[in-house]
Ligand binder design. Structure first.
Ligand code: AKG
Length: 263
């Protein structure tokens, strides 16, 4: 499966302009790279304009879901549609959206862990359900949002259910770049799966974002990495047989002793 990761700079508080930016990028990227699956970053329609979200967040995922469906069918491409600010059930959620190449919304996940360092708990509501495995073109995926990367207990069940690729959509600040880079490698090694991430670049309200979007293989080798200051595309095909190979070579899933693990 060929991926294009869009390491994007997000225009603050302007969903329409960001949708136009993504549409232009897609038109170009499809011609240049012809990906099967594209990946966008966290909160790509609004950025972290938390005090403004009540006015500019989607209502029940609209219009982002319609936009992603239209683009997916136009270009016959799967879209891991980053995440968007999403008003529903009386709260604002940080919701990740996945649309397949037929234009079907195959998965929606609300960020479970809210970041105190960015004041998310003050403005957003945390998701109530764990993230689940979903399929694109017959491959098994997991999906988490930024700060979730620090919680291996959320991710392990995905590996146990056979996820081959973990997508991470993020607005991870440069101040903690070493955590961002190391935790992706750690999650890839401990779960023996690919980690594919899209992190924004640029700056908002004194916070600079790290970029360093990545593809890490199940052995923990970084196959591709973005810069920390440029809008760019990482384009790469993944050899999914490597997941089975690594799981055979170092069979950690056979060596687990679940009855010893504390809840
Ligand atoms: O965990 C971190 O250091 C950053 C998390 C973050 O920025 C986010 O979840 O948006």
């Amino acid at each position: 499966m060929k991926f294009s990761i869009y390491q994007m700079d997000v225009i603050h508080g302007d969903p329409k302009a960001n949708r136009e930016r993504v549409a232009e990028w897609l038109e170009k990227d499809i011609k240049e790279n012809n990906p099967d699956t594209v990946v966008l970053p966290e909160m790509w329609t609004t950025a972290y304009t938390l005090p403004e979200l009540n006015d500019i967040a989607d209502e029940n995922g609209q219009p982002s879901i319609d936009f992603l469906k239209e683009q997916a069918t136009k270009y016959n491409v799967n879209i891991i549609g980053g995440s968007v600010a999403n008003k529903k059930n009386g709260g604002i959620y940080n919701s990740a959206l996945v649309v397949d190449r037929n234009g079907k919304l195959v998965y929606e996940y609300d960020k479970a862990h809210l970041v105190p360092m960015l004041n998310e708990p003050q403005y957003l509501t945390g998701g109530e359900k764990p993230t689940e495995v979903f399929e694109l073109d017959g491959l098994k995926f997991g999906l988490i949002i930024c700060y979730d990367l620090r919680f291996p207990e959320l991710i392990r069940p995905l590996a146990l259910e056979g996820a081959q690729v973990l997508c991470v959509v993020a607005e991870w600040p440069s101040a903690r770049r070493n955590h961002w880079r190391s935790l992706q490698v750690a999650r890839a090694i401990e779960n023996q799966m690919y980690v594919v991430s899209s992190n924004r670049i640029g700056e908002y309200d004194g916070q600079e974002f790290s970029g360093n979007s990545m593809v890490v293989d199940p052995w923990g080798d970084i196959l591709s990495e973005g810069s920390n200051d440029k809008q760019e595309v990482l384009s790469l095909s993944l050899d999914l047989e490597k997941v089975d190979q690594v799981r055979k070579d170092v069979p950690i899933f056979d060596s687990r002793v679940p009855n010893l693990y504390k809840k």
